[in-house]
Design a protein around this ligand. Structure first.
Ligand code: NAD
Length: 503
């Protein structure tokens, strides 16, 4: 199947062509396509997608700029009504989208259902907020003068998203932006264009006006960067790797453009002496091997009290060995494939270097040959020192490093001893320990007696340190912060010039 970009409410090349020709930009890249394959069986091609470049981005931004003029003045509750409708369509199509997403990016069906559910949740949440886009009134210091403020949209927001949450992350970004009155040009990851095309179909059916939500597929440097650099794009909202985030930050700074970044993580689960070890094992398995370790919040460090290390490790090993690796569409699969060959090579590189160093490999550490898919065995290293690269760098695969500690303070230093700051969890029955941990951990997300993952729309999601170098939060009551600005407005009805605070 041949998939097209979604620009100005249309899928037709014809209209895009004539528009491009009339605007005089090079239309050559419309001809280029790329294949999208199933990572569980790479002989299965999902479809061909547009390998877009600057012309398509320019066209989409022009359309989004035009649409903004009208969309910003549509009453927010009416904008929200369309989002409510989109939520209902997502509920109706949840299973079909989840299955397609598993085929596209590999995670097991239960997780892709969760991905679509996150989109549904943020749709209802943001749509509800369409009736609560409140500003403030403040008493003026002068007579007969009225001061107020409102949250207003910026204009065209450029969004660049990763493949690991193919619908949830685009939804977290786009839904609040649209309800607030912005228009959007979204460049999805090249590994998951299908899922975002589905989102465009949902908006199309929900009756979103032309040009409010546009999807341009393609690669980062050729399609993402022109979006970042486009002068009519007012804000860039990016989620992805730290390396790409740094490039985007540099370009935006040069242009004086507003941007928000959600980048990598090196998350940990601490298991204390008095933890429920069985519960902690479940949490580590879910955190380290769920989504095949490819979550920004994945647990890649287990920091364990030396006194319970042996017992915990035996339980973890037994559970890990019982995991079934396979196609995420099959009911009994626990762990699906990695996303692509590059991911396999990256994981393999970390594992090989660790083995060469003499690090203690407890489980896994090898590829699994199956149906020409990108499968890798869940891997555990133990007795790892906190400064080892396994304990410092984001591997983004099913690899976890066990690090032991003796005292609570030592444990906190290990937890906080990386450049990242997204998520951390502690398993403990000691309430004092749990509060000390939550207060002192240097992350945006802190969990007690549950795994280090589990975003909910009611909470602000994001990190600190290198994970979110520009403080940004998605979902929760800060979801409008990156996509609206605060405007102060003053009306003086005294009928005379009043001079405030000049004496
Ligand atoms: P990536 O940086 O390779 O790609 C992300 C997006 O950026 C893709 O759409 C890609 O095409 C685009 N891109 C790549 N190079 C570009 C360039 N030069 N200019 C413009 N755009 C470019 O990341 P990925 O592999 O898709 O995703 C995995 C990473 O995302 C991990 O590091 C993970 O931790 C991070 N992530 C973070 C969060 C969070 O909320 N903190 C959530 C999910 C994923």
């Amino acid at each position: 199947m041949n998939y097209k970009n979604y620009i100005n409410g249309e899928w037709s090349d014809k209209d895009a062509w004539s528009e491009v020709i009339s605007t005089g930009v090079d239309s050559g890249s419309f001809k280029k396509m790329f294949d999208n394959v199933n990572p569980a069986n790479t002989t299965k091609v999902i479809g061909q997608f547009r390998d877009s470049g600057e012309p398509e981005i320019n066209y989409a931004v022009e359309c989004a700029t035009r649409a903004f003029k009208t969309w910003k003045n549509v009453p927010a509750p009416k904008r929200a009504d369309i989002l409510f409708k989109a939520a209902e369509i997502l509920v109706r199509d949840k299973e079909c989208i989840a299955k397609g997403m598993t085929v596209e990016m590999g995670k097991v069906l239960a997780e892709t259902r969760g991905d679509v559910q996150e989109a549904i949740d943020i749709a209802y949440y943001a749509a509800g907020a369409g009736r609560r886009l409140t500003g403030e009134t403040v008493p003026s210091e002068l007579e007969n003068k009225w001061s107020m403020s409102a949250k207003l949209p910026y204009g065209v927001i450029g969004m660049i998203t990763p493949w690991n949450f193919p619908i949830a992350i685009p939804a977290w970004k786009a839904f609040p932006a649209i309800v607030a009155g912005n228009t959007v040009v979204l460049k999805p990851a090249e590994d998951t264009p299908w899922s975002v095309i589905k989102l465009a179909e949902v908006f199309h059916e929900a009756g979103l006006p032309d040009g409010v939500f546009n999807v341009v597929t393609g690669y980062g440097p050729s399609a993402g960067m022109p979006l970042v650099k486009h002068p009519k794009v007012k804000v860039i909202s990016f989620t992805g790797s730290s390396a790409t985030g740094r490039l985007i930050a540099k370009e935006c700074s040069k242009l004086g453009k507003k941007y928000s970044l959600e980048l990598g993580g090196k998350n940990s689960i601490t298991v204390t002496e008095n933890a429920d070890l069985d519960l902690a094992v479940e949490g580590v398995i879910f955190g380290a091997f769920g989504t095949t370790g490819q979550r920004c919040t994945a647990c890649s460090r287990v920091i364990i009290d030396k006194k319970v290390k042996k017992e915990f490790t035996e339980k973890l090993l037994a559970k890990t060995e019982s995991l079934r690796i396979g196609d995420g569409l099959e009911d009994d699969t626990d762990v699906g494939p990695l996303i692509n060959k590059k991911a396999i090579d990256k994981v393999e590189g970390y594992v090989m270097r660790a083995i060469e160093r003499g690090d203690y490999l407890l489980a896994g550490g090898h590829e699994i040959e199956m149906n020409s898919g990108y499968f890798y065995a869940p891997t555990i290293f133990t007795d790892i020192k906190p400064d080892n690269e396994l304990a410092q760098e984001e591997i983004f695969g099913p690899v976890v490093a066990i690090i032991e500690y003796n005292t609570f303070d030592e444990m906190m230093d290990i937890v906080n001893g990386t450049k990242y700051g997204l998520s951390a969890a502690i398993y403990t029955k000691d309430i004092n320990e749990s509060f000390r941990f939550m207060r002192d951990v240097e992350t945006g997300l802190a969990y007690v007696n549950t795994s280090c993952i589990g975003a909910e729309v009611g909470q602000n999601f994001g990190g600190i340190k290198d994970t979110s170098p520009i403080s940004s939060r998605e979902a929760g009551n800060m979801m409008f912060d990156a996509v609206t600005y605060n405007k102060n407005m003053v009306v003086d009805f005294s009928g005379k010039l009043q001079k405030a605070q000049i004496e």
